[in-house]
Write a protein that binds this ligand. Structure first.
Ligand code: ADP
Ligand code: MG
Length: 711
């Protein structure tokens, strides 16, 4: 690849550092670099968030609430008041038989003095209904001199994503300078125009110019929706660049070495013989895929998707036996302490009778216990190590780590996954990786987000599960639910009451502000329900409890000593209590479908018919109604994930700290999913041709400091 690359045309202009632009000193260059804007090309791709139309004037009478507009008007009256804080109200008129109020909360005296009756203003902003007709809060404006006609803009004004320390006007000016350097022809255009995928789409240069400076007649609705041909042209190239980068990462991984875990499988057979159940067909199939991967001297990179309750853990345990059989170590990481504890309990129950030593390493393990665990891990005495993020920290050294299992991978960042991989043996080998997730990833997404992983699906639930009946109920009917819980508990059944807030605990597992608020909400609910339900044994679990307290509560619930468990979303993953058959989820309309589906997976694990009540705050928007309907209508996690993607978009589905997915500049996987098959064909072609174009595309869109670097 290198030889060809050297003869490829230099990328004129694009790779020029921003410091070459007029007016960019070291300070500004530093601020831009901090935002990933190091070259002129980066500025080309720093696309507007939205546009402001200053190409026309709107008469005040024609203003519409919520629609940004530009107005020329004359000041009629000025009022300075004080309601909790100073306010300035400026009434303006334009002869269209209507007045508009401009309202300011922050203003300097000199500014207020400008607004004398009779002064002409040009202003821009979004009108909203106020006390006396429409008003604009903090419009952008300028005072017009006598007889001045400032004219109108030719193109729509771009509004760019902010860059810390660089004002919007400066940023606009610099991007304008960068655009002046846009080359023409094949230097810029890396994709052959003859490609069917490009048919009917403008070229790259034209697309960039259209997006930065849309003509006044541009289709603003299409631009806002991201469906403008110029956006599709860029989205195609961006998706291609990401796909290529993942494919290359995968190729690089296949060059790495790993221990071939190709023993006879005697330990696995013993585990299977002692399990109280037989594997489902899907579990057997996936285990065989894993086993085939592990027997190779190349690192396995496999994602196992399986709906909640599909039985992923036992597949991981079976994989672990193959490493143990070869005298190697296994690390299993789970995103929460609760989940990790449950894995620990399962693996100990399954593996210790077979003579396998399972160690425990979580953040809460400190002092002597920690030192001992670390020593066992370092000496290799601990064959399987279960834990949380603590496993990935520095200071945790393995004797011979050959397999890394990461559960609920969407909760970890790619970097964390890699940190664990790097704990493998040094002599040129890396551990095999098995990633498990119950968040089903739609096929379209899997292709892009996980182009570096092989995907297996456990698409069958163990026998004997009853589908969960799901209903959506307004929070106004809460008291009926309290009765329902009373009745269920009187019959010896158990229930969950899940309190949610939109904020989640920080993804690195440290309790964030969100977790604190969640905990407070749960505490209040716990108090209320305890009062309303005398005779029902109510307990509370949330992320701020000590691990031992949490575990004690969970154990009490599991043993039937607790009837009603008030909880935060800490119970989302993994908790397994078959006798619980009623779940109430508060503020369900604010949660993602995938998360609700996860929560719902806590019930329907036993023989009793189970119900999940989705409590919502009325009024319910049409979209929210549609989303809750999806859950009412299906229990199929894959279908739910597809719908979630459709209704919310991939950023929310996978979490913003995912593989950089949310960092797309133009592309949107939900909207542009139709482009993906073409992307794949294009990628095959480019990788085949090996003429340096793939490198340049990746460099252009993802940068030399690739976010996938080393991944
Ligand atoms: P998940 O895929 O959600 O992680 P788990 O691995 O926690 O699911 O399994 C859920 C429950 O199902 C556990 O109690 C597990 O022991 C049980 N289980 C797993 N496989 C089977 C099977 N083939 N037959 C019956 N029960 C099973
Ligand atoms: Mg699980």
């Amino acid at each position: 690849m290198k030889a060809v690359r050297a003869t490829a045309p230099a990328f004129a202009g694009g790779e020029t550092p921003v410091s070459a632009l007029r007016g960019v000193g070291a300070a500004v260059a530093g601020k831009l670099a901090a935002r990933g804007l190091g070259t002129v090309q980066d500025l080309w791709l720093h696309l507007p968030l939205r546009y402001e139309d200053r190409t026309r004037l709107t008469p005040i009478r024609a203003l519409q609430s919520g629609v940004p507009a530009q107005v020329d008007a004359t000041v009629e009256a000025v009022e300075r008041g004080f309601r909790y804080r100073p306010v300035l109200r400026v009434a303006v008129a334009d002869g269209s038989h209507a007045t508009l109020v401009l309202r300011f909360f922050h203003f300097r005296a000199a500014q207020a003095a400008q607004f004398r009756p009779g002064v002409r203003l040009r202003c821009f902003g979004t009108p909203r209904p106020g006390q006396h007709g429409l008003e604009i809060v903090h419009p952008s404006y300028r005072v017009l001199a006598d007889g001045e006609d400032p004219g109108l803009g030719e193109a729509l004004d771009p509004v760019y994503p902010a860059v810390d320390g660089v004002g919007p006007a400066t940023l606009r000016r610099l991007i304008g300078l960068a655009l002046d350097l846009l080359p023409d022809g094949p230097v810029l255009e890396l994709l052959p125009a003859s490609l069917p995928a490009l048919a009917g789409l403008p070229g790259l240069r034209e697309s960039l110019l259209t997006l930065h400076r849309p003509p006044r007649e541009a289709d603003l609705a299409a631009l806002a929706a991201g469906t403008h041909p110029a956006q599709r042209r860029l989205a195609l190239e961006e998706l291609l660049a990401h796909h290529l980068s993942l494919r290359r990462r995968r190729l690089a991984q296949q060059q790495l070495h790993a221990r071939a875990l190709d023993g006879p499988g005697a330990l696995a057979a013993r585990l299977l013989a002692t399990l109280p159940f037989a594997l489902t067909g899907a579990q057997r199939r996936v285990f065989e895929q894993v086993r085939a991967d592990l027997s190779q001297p190349r690192p396995m990179q496999r994602l196992v998707q399986g709906d909640v309750g599909s039985g992923k853990t036992v597949v991981a345990a079976l994989a672990a036996t193959l490493a143990v059989e070869r005298g190697c170590q296994v690390a299993l990481a789970a995103p929460t302490e609760l989940l990790a504890e449950q894995h620990l309990a399962n693996l100990r129950a399954w593996l210790q009778p077979l003579g396998v030593r399972v160690a425990w390493l979580a953040g809460k393990v400190t002092g002597k216990a920690r030192a001992q665990a670390l020593a066992e891990v370092a000496s290799g005495q601990a064959q399987v190590v279960v834990g949380t993020h603590a496993l990935m920290q520095e200071g945790v050294a393995f004797h011979d780590l050959a397999l890394v299992v990461v559960d609920e991978q969407h909760r970890f960042g790619v970097q964390q996954r890699l940190a664990l991989r790097d704990k493998g043996p040094a002599h040129g080998q890396v551990p095999h990786q098995l990633v498990m997730t119950a968040t089903p990833i739609p096929r379209t997404l899997a292709m892009t987000a996980y182009a570096d992983l092989d995907v297996s699906a456990i698409d069958e639930l163990p026998p004997g599960r009853t589908p969960v009946q799901t209903v959506a109920v307004s929070a106004e009917r809460r008291s009926e639910l309290v009765e329902r819980i009373r009745a269920a508990c009187a019959e010896g059944r158990q229930a969950y009451w899940v309190c949610t807030l939109i904020e989640e605990p920080d993804e690195d597992g440290t309790p964030g502000q969100g977790m604190k608020l969640q905990a407070q909400a749960a505490e209040r609910t716990f108090e209320v329900l305890s009062q309303q339900l005398p005779g029902v044994r109510v307990a509370l679990v949330h992320g701020r409890l000590k691990a031992a307290e949490k575990l004690a509560v969970m154990r009490g619930f599991k043993d039937g000593a607790i009837d009603l468990l008030v909880a935060t979303t800490v119970i989302e993953v993994g908790v397994d209590v078959p006798n619980a058959s009623l779940m109430i989820v508060e503020n369900a309309e604010r949660l993602g479908l995938a998360q609700l589906h996860q929560l719902r997976g806590r019930v329907g694990r036993g023989v009793a018919a189970s119900t999940c009540v989705l409590l919502y705050q009325p009024p319910l928007s049409a979209l929210a109604r549609q989303r809750l309907d999806v859950l009412r209508q299906t229990g199929d996690g894959f279908l739910i994930a597809e719908k979630d993607l459709e209704l919310r978009g991939p950023g929310e589905l996978l979490g913003t700290r995912q593989t950089g997915l949310a960092a797309f500049r133009v592309a949107d996987l939900a909207r542009d999913a139709g482009l993906l098959p073409q992307v794949r064909v294009l990628a095959d072609d480019l990788l085949e041709r090996d003429d340096g174009v793939a490198d340049r595309l990746v460099a252009r869109w993802i940068g030399s400091a690739s976010r996938y670097a080393g991944a």
